[in-house]
Design a protein around this ligand. Structure first.
Ligand code: ASP
Length: 318
């Protein structure tokens, strides 16, 4: 007997996407399956679907962004939404308006989806309680960046098949990284083995409770890894000195050919961008045959289309 397969969007029954925390493996997989379809749409000459036709999407960015904001914009437009970008530089937040006032003002314009980036962890959750539309977290402080983890998983899955049982090494500034937190939760939910590698000053307290193996030596941590995920040294989030010097950091924790040779043959290298070449990654590796960095950008648009589409099904009249 033929089993009826639920549509991926039907499996994701949430109003907001605020984080990976709390999502079930099947919900994550449903979003990734939907994103595969979005990859196909994005590779066609006519890159359009109509699932968000008539809907309004506002991208509200309190922190600067190039790829995340532009890919949310493209994703919304490919799905037919009216997309408005609002960045803090041109907003009245500069004039002293609070986050909540801004949100309530925008809410009065009846958007259907708000995509929000904010420098404070938890700000996006707070905002989601005050507005009537769907909210997507596009990065809140050092807390979560769910669409980054989803696009990373999509990229990995397209190259290595099921994520279950892969060994993924996340390297560098774990302490300040929302990308690391979201990835740790997603990869654990899908059954990967997750390692975190970094200097002890950049490993957060309680990291061991997140179900990861911890290393302070790159060569030991990279041994037999299938995926090497590098992180940017987030100097804008550091108060005080966490690394003696950039030169020394590269020497011990920068990914170069010699350190990469400890990973499995054919291991793949990722970086969420923006990259500091010569700080956390050698240019030859970033541009080399094992790098998936450019593909991650393409997958970013597809994953954001999938998330928008899934949430759109749950909007009133969706
Ligand atoms: N673009 C990513 C983020 O917004 C990574 C980074 O900035 O280093 O968190």
């Amino acid at each position: 007997m033929n089993e009826l397969k639920a549509s991926p969007a039907a499996v994701f029954a949430h109003r907001h996407l605020l984080g990976i925390e709390g999502l079930q493996a099947e919900e994550i997989t449903a979003l990734l399956d939907l994103a595969e379809e979005a990859v196909e749409v994005s590779r066609q000459v006519e890159k359009k679907k109509a699932v968000l036709r008539g809907r309004t999407q506002i991208n509200l960015f309190f922190e600067s962004s190039t790829r995340t904001q532009s890919s949310f914009e493209l994703a919304g437009k490919r799905l037919g939404a009216d997309v408005m970008n609002m960045s803090v530089a041109s907003s009245s937040v500069k004039k002293g308006e609070t986050l909540i006032d801004t949100a309530i003002t925008l809410n009065a314009m009846n958007p259907d989806i708000l995509v929000v980036r904010h420098h404070a962890a938890g700000a996006v959750h707070l905002l989601a309680q005050k507005v009537g539309c769907s909210v997507i977290n596009a990065g809140d402080g050092a807390h979560e960046h769910p669409t980054q983890a989803l696009l990373d998983a999509l990229t990995i899955r397209r190259h290595k098949g099921p994520i279950h049982d892969l060994t993924v090494a996340i390297c560098g500034d774990i302490l300040h990284s929302r990308v690391a937190r979201s990835n740790i939760m997603l990869l654990n939910a899908l059954g990967a083995r997750v390692r975190c590698i970094g200097p002890s000053t950049l490993l957060p307290k309680g990291l061991d409770r997140l179900g990861v193996e911890i290393f302070t030596d790159m060569r030991a941590g990279l041994t037999d890894a299938d995926i090497v995920m590098m992180l940017r040294l987030q100097r804008e989030r550091m108060d005080g000195s966490f690394v003696p010097s950039v030169r020394e950091y590269f020497h011990f924790f920068g990914l170069d050919a010699e350190k990469l040779s400890f990973a499995k043959p054919g291991a793949l290298v990722m970086h969420p961008g923006p990259m500091n070449r010569g700080v956390e990654i050698d240019s030859a590796i970033a541009d080399g045959p094992q790098s998936l960095i450019r593909e991650q950008v393409e997958m970013g648009v597809a994953v954001r289309m999938a998330v928008l589409e899934a949430l759109a099904q749950n909007l009133p009249n969706g």
